[in-house]
Write a protein that binds this ligand. Structure first.
Ligand code: PEP
Length: 253
């Protein structure tokens, strides 16, 4: 059985008071409601230790939003896999489209980052997805296939099984535009087919593939009901407990 996951990407939002509040609201929510999926958050790095202290029984998974390809040294502003391991973080988002867009991250760099994460037993959430131009040109399957191959085909089958993939069409992130459940399902099934071609059907069937891009309380249930969609990576709707809890409940129906 593949893991079902709802993960919140907080991006660069919340001051310390706001972060504390949302983290403890989420703890109360998970205690009272026993969600039927795993609940993860990726707050700004500054708040990761606070989250680990609060979720002492791992009620909520704690993820970084990025990870360095370097082990240590003169890399101002970066956080290494070893540092994340030392605070017992659960993993890291890798290759988010905002990292690709604003920091020039490539699939090859993502591969290096995924290797660093796996070497420290951290779960990588590898993001891919096409731009609007690529979709309009009918290249979406091809683009996502290439991103999947470039970042994951250098792994062993044992390694790739530990990766979570998040398909996030760039045109749907933070725009209010959501891929239809059918559009998302088409890509998820394709990613699984691509994985199966390299690693075999059993491995491909074991990997959780999340959808991200304007998932909200009113569309979560329909998106999560698709055969190859194993949950969501949630941006805007992860910033308020009222919304995030309803997205999590998209799995309860
Ligand atoms: C994201 O940034 O990963 C994301 C899916 O954002 P939003 O839900 O706001 O579109």
């Amino acid at each position: 059985m593949r893991k079902k996951i709802v993960a919140g990407n907080w991006k660069m939002n919340k001051d310390v008071i706001g972060a504390q509040q949302l983290m403890s609201d989420l703890l109360n929510y998970t205690r009272e409601n026993k969600p039927s999926c795993e609940v993860w958050i990726a707050p700004p790095a500054l708040y990761l230790m606070m989250a680990k202290d609060l979720y002492e029984n791992n009620e909520v998974g704690v993820f970084a939003q990025d990870i360095s390809i370097h082990d240590s040294g003169a890399y101002t502003g970066e956080i290494s896999a070893e540092m994340l391991e030392s605070i017992e973080a659960d993993g890291s988002i890798i290759g988010h489209s905002e990292r690709r867009q604003y920091h020039g991250e490539t699939d090859a760099l993502c591969f290096e980052k995924i290797k660093k994460a796996l070497a420290k037993n951290l779960t990588p959430i590898y993001c891919n997805g096409e731009t609007l131009e690529q979709r309009k040109a009918g290249k979406h399957l091809e683009v996502v296939q290439e991103q999947t191959e470039n970042a994951l085909f250098g792994l062993t089958a044992e390694e790739v099984k530990k990766v979570i993939i998040a398909y996030e069409p760039v045109w749907a992130i933070g725009t209010g535009e959501t891929a239809t459940p059918e559009q998302a399902q088409e890509i998820h099934a394709h990613i699984r087919k691509v994985l199966a071609s390299k690693f075999g059907e059993e491995v491909a069937q074991s990997i959780s593939i999340l959808y991200g891009g304007s998932v909200k309380p009113d569309n979560a249930k329909e998106i999560f009901s698709q055969k190859d969609i194993d949950g969501g990576l949630i941006g805007g709707a992860a910033l308020k407990i009222e919304d995030f809890s309803k997205v999590i409940e998209g799995f309860n129906a």
